[in-house]
Write a protein that binds this ligand. Structure first.
Ligand code: FHN
Length: 476
């Protein structure tokens, strides 16, 4: 453990002192109005790009010439092969060779896809940091003499994208991280004695706080901190001094949005350890949004901000063996389904060791972008569908000036008879049009049901959008 790490850590802690001596959750950061103001851009954004990129990307799911697995997270390859950090680093570092300009390719792709924000792994579980850190020596600055995170942030801002850092609190490199304190969190050395004989987790937590301080102090305005992840048996203030960490981050970045993964309790939106173990609740003292992973909740969660994160194949980090790509139809309909339930979609790419993006991911993001170019207004700044379940597709909505409602009807299954049925009375002055091209459509309403004459031909094979303006708030 280098001396500079302790010094860096202490200066950050001293700046704000010890905030939660009792370990009790501090009061929520700000009023509900202040939180709504902070969250406004995030709630309107609806669509972000996740990027998993680290030393594992150069290994590409291969270890000693063989696939380390056919599916699932290859960013976990160190744990899958049970490699100690020295062995892992020796094999992985020579394969991690970011090409000049890699970050501009990511930023252009995210923009082209219609993403409003990008969340990049500043450090994943392997412990290798992408920034030039003074708190340790397992980082891009120390190893590659580059600040890769600076290159990424500059490229994202050049495209007008919001910047998010995914930061792993789990660390498979640090020699003070006490992996034996959790039976549920993964570690390549789990079950084996500490190589050093004993460890002092408090020193790891100082290092964690020091590196996070670097991230929120030296890279300009940071829009999102995406923590990852805690367990029921090791979480929060005990594991990470979580309340202090959040308070320090908010002190440096008052407008930042943070997720719920410094904790793993029901009040923070978790019912257990599985990625689907989500509770539709969140006390703002534990974060700003909850994080369903690799699945879309059945229904929306009124009053709870949520974001589904998802891979395009089955792995977050790049694997040359994983060809189980989701179709463009699935990805576009996922985005629509999530928006119709009032959530955000954080869709992942896993660039290779040189930073290049797998062509399958490029094609998928470009297809989403082509759909969003025509129909993005039906996703951005919309709210959950007020109509309940619809057999033919989904819907999103927004309030119109003057008190009316605009519904965006996303038709997956185009009606054979050319008439789109809605289980609601649209009112006599309702107006409808096709989003693609703007062709006006006839609307008839009777007995609490509405029919829109959409014609025989669907404008889009994946999802066609019909815009329906109602003079007043929806009559159910
Ligand atoms: O273990 C990580 C995993 O590698 C990946 O980063 C996902 C993304 O949400 N988070 C953890 C699993 O929940």
């Amino acid at each position: 453990m280098s001396r500079k790490a302790v010094v860096a850590g202490l200066s950050f802690s001293a700046a704000l002192g010890f905030l939660c001596a009792s370990g009790q959750p501090p009061p929520a950061a700000g009023t509900a109005q202040q939180r709504d103001a902070r969250m406004k851009w995030w709630r309107e954004a609806r669509f972000g790009m996740f990027v998993h990129w680290g030393l594992y990307s150069g290994l590409a799911g291969t270890w000693e010439g063989k696939p380390a697995g056919a599916r699932g997270g290859m960013e976990w390859i160190q744990q899958r092969v049970k490699a100690d950090t020295e062995t892992y680093a020796k094999r992985a570092i020579p394969l991690f060779r970011p090409a000049p300009g890699f970050a501009r390719e990511w930023a252009r792709l995210a923009k082209q896809a219609g993403c409003r924000y990008v969340v990049v792994t500043s450090k994943h579980h392997e412990g290798f940091a992408l920034h030039d850190s003074k708190a340790g020596d397992y980082d891009a600055g120390s190893v590659l003499r580059r600040d890769l995170l600076k290159e990424i942030v500059e490229a994202l801002r050049a495209e007008g994208l919001r910047v998010g850092f995914y930061h792993s609190v789990i660390d498979w490199h640090h020699d003070q991280y006490e992996y034996a304190r959790s039976q549920q969190l993964p570690h390549p050395m789990k079950g084996r004695p500490y190589p050093e004989g004993r460890r002092d987790h408090a020193k790891y937590v100082e290092y964690l706080h020091a590196q996070v301080n670097e991230l929120v102090s030296h890279y300009g305005p940071v829009d999102i901190l995406w923590w990852d992840y805690s367990s029921q048996d090791f979480q929060g203030q005990e594991a990470w001094r979580a309340f202090d960490l959040m308070a320090k981050v908010r002190a440096r970045q008052p407008r930042i949005v943070m997720n719920n993964r410094l904790f793993r309790i029901p009040e923070a939106g978790f019912t257990g350890m599985g990625t689907a173990a989500i509770a539709p609740r969140l006390d703002p003292r534990y974060g700003d949004f909850i994080t369903p992973e690799q699945h879309i909740p059945e229904t929306g969660m009124p009053g709870v901000d949520w974001e589904t994160c998802m891979t395009m194949n089955t792995t977050w980090g790049y694997s040359e063996h994983d060809h189980q790509w989701k179709s463009e139809e699935t990805l576009i309909r996922n985005l629509i389904d999530i928006a119709s339930k009032g959530g955000n979609y954080l869709l992942n790419i896993g660039p290779k060791g040189d930073g290049s993006v797998p062509p399958e991911s490029v094609r998928a993001m470009q297809a989403i972008g082509a759909w969003m170019k025509v129909n993005g207004e039906s996703i951005y700044a919309t709210g959950a569908c007020p109509l309940g379940k619809l057999e033919w597709g989904r819907c999103t909505g927004k309030r119109l000036a003057g008190g009316g409602t605009r519904l965006y009807l996303h038709v997956f299954d185009w009606p054979q008879d050319g008439r789109l049925a809605l289980p609601v009375a649209a009112g006599s002055r309702a107006k409808a049009r096709l989003m693609a091209g703007g062709k006006p459509l006839a609307v008839t309403s009777s007995g609490g049901r509405t029919s829109i004459a959409v014609g025989g031909q669907a404008p889009d094979r994946i999802a066609s959008v019909v815009e329906l303006d109602l003079d007043n708030p929806l009559q159910r």
